[in-house]
Design a binder for this molecule. Structure first.
Ligand code: PRX
Length: 652
C-alpha cells in the first residue's frame, strides 16, 4: 500500500543533539532559535515582501524593479523591470564599499605555486577578459563554454561573461570530449575557453587535446581561448585558437558592467538527467545572485575576518554559488585550491587549512569518507585550530562520518552545517544557521527563511510528522532554476507535473517532531522489502557506524517473495573481507535498525562507482546486484575501472 502513497518507512533513530556553544552563538549574526523562528515566520507570512526587501538591501540596482514576482506556473520571473549585474555586485560594489585592497582570492596550485588577488586585482582581470570576449564578437546572450582548471582565471572568465551579459556554461574539466561536444551543441556555444593542461595528482592532464576533439564535433564554436597553465605542448589551430595571455596583453582594463534585466540568463549548468541526456539547468541574474549571496552570509555566518574554503570545483553548482557568486558578492576572502586532496600526501587539505588559517571549510561527504579511510595520522600532523565552522554538501552525511568530522576536524568546537540543496535550487535551501539551530548528525535541520518545504504523498497531501514522503517546495524562491535550456516541456514534466502547484525535488525526506528534516535519498532509489519502503541512507548509515566500514551503498534486488531484498556494497576502513565480517555486518545492521533492514547480500569492494562530483551511483549497483550483464548509462561515471573491479571483487 505504501508503494501507492509514496510513503517511506523510517528505521533510524538519532538521539544526539549539539547546540551551538555560547561563544559561537554570541558572535553569530543570528544568535538563537527564537531569532531564527521570528525571521522564518515573518518571511513565510509574506514571502514576496521578504524577498523584495532582501533584494533592495543586498543587490546593487542600476534601475529598481517594479514587480517582485511574476509567477506563471511553472515559469517565474523575479524582480521584474530591475537592472543589475552579478559581476558588478561581486567586484565594483566591493570596491565601492572600501574592499579594493582586501584579498578576494588566495590561490594555491597543486604543485604548490601561489597567487593572491585583491578585489581590485580581480576587477582588473575581469574587465580585461570581458574586453577580450567582446573583441571576439561575444554579444549579450551568447554562450561561452568554459573547460578549465581551478585557477583564478576560471572565476575571472565567469565574471567576465556576467559583466557583459554573456551566458557561461562551465563544464567540469574531467568530462570527456564527447560530453563537452554534447553540451556545446545543446547550448549552441559560440566561444570555448580552456587551458593547455591541468595538474592532477602530480600529472598533467592535456585539456587542450580533449577540447580539440570536442571542437571537431561542436559546430557552433567559433573561437577558442587557451590559458597556459601546465606548459604541455598543444596544437593551436590557425584562425580559431588564441592564447589567453596574448589576448589579455592588449586588452583595456576599462569595461563598465552592463546594466542587465533581472531575468537575463547568467549561466547554464548541465546535470545528468536520469535518461542520460544532460539537462542544461538555466539560472538568471538577479534572483540567483541574491540567493547565493544571502544563503552564503546566513549559513556560514560570514564575518569580515573569515577565510572561507569551499573545496568544490567551479564545474559544479557548489563552485558557482559558494566559490564565486555567494562569497564574492558578500566581500569574502576565499581560498581556492587547484588539485587533488591526496597530493603529494593525503594531508594536503589539512596542510592548506593550517597554512592559510582557514576558518570555514565546506566540503562533501565523499571527501570526508575518504579522509576517514586515509587515517587520522594525516590530520594529527596539522594545527586546525583556525577552523570555526564546517559544512557538508552533495549527499547525506552518515552520522558516524558526521561525528568524525565534528570531533577530528572541528575539535568538538565547530558547528557543522549540513546543507541540503540542488543544482536546480541555485543555493542552500535547508541547513542549520550555526549560531541558532542545534544540530543532529544526519539532519539538514530546518529550512532557510523564505523557503517553504513540504513532505507529501502521491496525492500531494502532507504526510504526518515522522513519516517519509516526497520533498517538495511550495512557493517559488529567487534562486530557483528558470528552466531547462531549450526544453520547456521537460522542465514542466520533470519538476511541476507529478505534484501540481509544487516544485518536486526528486528526494524523499521526513520531518521529526522538532521540525528537523532528514533527507532519505532519491525517490528512485527507495528499496521495497515486503511492502516496507526503506531509504538508502538509513541502511548505509547503519553500516558506516561499524568500525570496519568506510563507505556503503544499499540497493534493492528483485526477489520473488519479498518484492525486493537488500543488497549492499561495502568498502572497508580496516580488516579483510571474510565470511565472518559479512555475518558481523548483517548482525550489526539488524541490531542498529532492525531485522527488516538486514542485508541479504554484502559485496566487499575496493571502490564504489561514483559520479565525477562524488555521488554514489546506486543505479549501476542495482544492475550489478540483480546480475545484469549490461549496466545502464555510464557516461557520468568517474572511474570506468570501478565497474570491472566491482565484478571481479564480487567473484572473489
Ligand atoms: O539527493 C540530494 C543530494 O544531492 C542532490 C542534488 O545534487 P546536485 O544537483 O548535484 O547538487 C549537489 C550540490 C548542491 C539532492 O537532490 N544532496 C545534496 N545535498 C544533500 C543531499 N542529500 C542529503 N543531504 C544533503 N545535505
Amino acid at each position: 500500500m505504501s508503494e501507492q502513497t509514496g510513503h517511506v518507512d523510517t528505521v533510524m533513530v538519532e538521539q544526539r543533539i549539539f547546540p551551538p556553544s555560547q561563544s559561537f552563538a554570541s558572535r553569530a549574526s543570528i544568535k538563537s532559535l527564537s531569532e531564527y523562528q521570528q525571521l522564518y515566520d515573518a518571511a513565510a507570512a509574506d514571502l514576496e515582501g521578504y524577498w523584495a526587501a532582501e533584494a533592495r538591501q543586498h543587490l546593487h540596482w542600476f534601475e529598481p524593479f517594479q514587480k517582485t514576482l511574476q509567477w506563471d506556473e511553472p515559469f517565474a520571473q523575479w524582480f521584474v523591470g530591475g537592472k543589475t549585474n552579478a559581476s558588478y555586485n561581486c567586484l565594483d560594489a566591493q570596491i565601492a564599499a572600501g574592499r579594493g585592497d582586501q584579498v578576494a582570492i588566495l590561490w594555491e596550485g597543486e604543485p604548490g605555486d601561489t597567487r593572491t588577488l585583491t578585489y581590485r586585482d580581480l576587477h582588473c582581470e575581469v574587465c580585461k577578459f570581458a574586453n577580450v570576449l567582446k573583441s571576439l564578437g561575444v554579444q549579450p546572450g551568447d554562450v561561452v563554454s568554459i573547460y578549465m582548471p581551478m585557477t583564478p582565471e576560471l572565476p575571472v572568465a565567469m565574471l567576465a561573461c556576467a559583466r557583459i551579459g554573456a551566458v557561461h556554461s562551465v563544464i567540469f574539466a574531467g568530462f570527456s570530449a564527447e560530453a563537452v561536444a554534447d553540451r556545446n551543441n545543446d547550448a549552441k556555444a559560440k566561444i570555448q575557453l580552456t587551458s593547455d593542461g591541468l595538474y592532477r595528482r602530480g600529472k598533467v592532464l592535456p585539456l587542450k587535446d580533449t577540447i580539440d576533439e570536442a571542437l571537431a564535433k561542436s559546430s557552433t564554436v567559433e573561437k577558442c581561448v587557451v590559458l597556459k597553465r601546465a606548459g604541455n605542448a598543444v596544437q593551436m589551430k590557425n584562425g580559431r585558437d588564441i592564447w589567453w595571455h596574448e589576448a589579455m596583453a592588449q586588452a583595456s582594463t576599462d569595461c563598465p558592467a552592463t546594466p542587465l534585466d533581472s531575468e537575463t540568463p547568467l549561466f547554464i549548468l548541465y546535470t545528468s538527467g536520469s535518461t542520460g541526456k544532460p539537462k542544461g539547468i538555466r539560472h538568471t541574474t538577479a534572483g540567483y545572485n541574491l540567493y547565493a549571496k544571502r544563503t552564503f552570509q546566513m549559513v556560514f555566518d560570514h564575518q569580515d575576518d573569515d577565510i572561507f574554503w569551499c573545496t568544490a570545483d567551479c564545474g559544479w553548482i557548489t563552485g558557482h554559488s559558494y566559490v564565486v557568486y555567494g562569497p564574492l558578492s558578500a566581500g569574502a576572502k576565499i581560498l581556492m585550491y587547484e588539485g587533488a586532496p591526496n597530493w603529494p600526501e593525503e594531508d594536503r587539505f589539512w596542510a592548506l587549512i593550517e597554512k592559510y588559517r582557514v576558518t570555514i571549510l565546506y566540503t562533501a561527504p565523499t571527501a570526508i569518507r575518504a579522509f576517514i579511510k586515509w587515517g587520522d595520522h594525516h590530520v594529527d600532523k596539522h594545527d586546525l585550530t583556525s577552523l570555526r565552522l564546517l559544512g557538508s554538501v552533495g549527499e547525506g552525511i552518515n552520522p558516524e562520518a558526521w561525528m568524525w568530522y565534528y570531533n577530528k576536524i572541528g575539535g568538538g568546537r565547530c558547528p557543522i552545517v549540513d546543507t541540503w540543496w540542488q543544482t536546480e535550487t541555485g543555493g542552500i535551501m535547508m541547513s542549520p544557521l550555526p549560531g541558532a539551530i542545534a544540530t543532529k548528525p544526519g539532519s539538514c535541520t530546518k529550512p532557510l527563511p523564505g523557503v517553504r518545504p513540504r513532505i507529501v504523498d502521491e496525492k500531494g497531501q502532507d504526510v504526518p510528522l515522522g513519516r517519509g514522503g516526497m520533498l517538495c517546495i511550495d512557493h517559488p524562491w529567487p534562486g530557483m532554476l528558470r528552466g531547462i535550456w531549450g526544453d520547456d516541456a521537460r522542465y514542466k514534466e520533470q519538476y511541476w507535473t507529478k505534484i501540481p502547484g509544487m516544485y518536486l525535488t526528486g528526494d524523499n525526506a521526513r520531518c521529526d517532531t522538532d521540525g528537523y528534516f532528514w533527507i532519505m535519498g532519491r525517490i528512485d532509489d527507495v528499496i521495497n522489502v515486503s511492502g516496507h519502503r526503506l531509504s538508502t541512507i538509513e541502511v548505509e548509515s547503519a553500516l558506516v557506524s561499524h568500525p570496519s566500514v568506510a563507505e556503503a551503498a544499499a540497493v534493492g534486488k528483485p526477489d520473488e517473495i519479498r518484492g525486493q531484498v537488500l543488497s549492499v556494497f561495502v568498502t572497508l576502513r580496516s580488516g579483510q573481507p571474510s565470511d565472518e565480517l559479512r555475518t558481523a555486518l548483517k548482525m550489526h545492521v539488524r541490531k542498529e535498525i532492525g531485522a527488516l533492514a538486514q542485508p541479504d547480500d554484502i559485496h566487499f569492494t575496493s571502490a564504489l562507482p561514483k559520479t565525477r562530483s562524488g555521488k554514489i551511483m546506486r543505479r549501476l549497483l542495482r544492475d550489478i546486484a540483480s546480475g545484469k550483464e549490461q549496466v545502464g548509462d555510464t557516461t557520468t561515471l568517474e572511474d570506468y575501472t570501478v565497474l570491472a573491479k566491482l565484478r571481479s571483487d564480487d567473484e572473489s
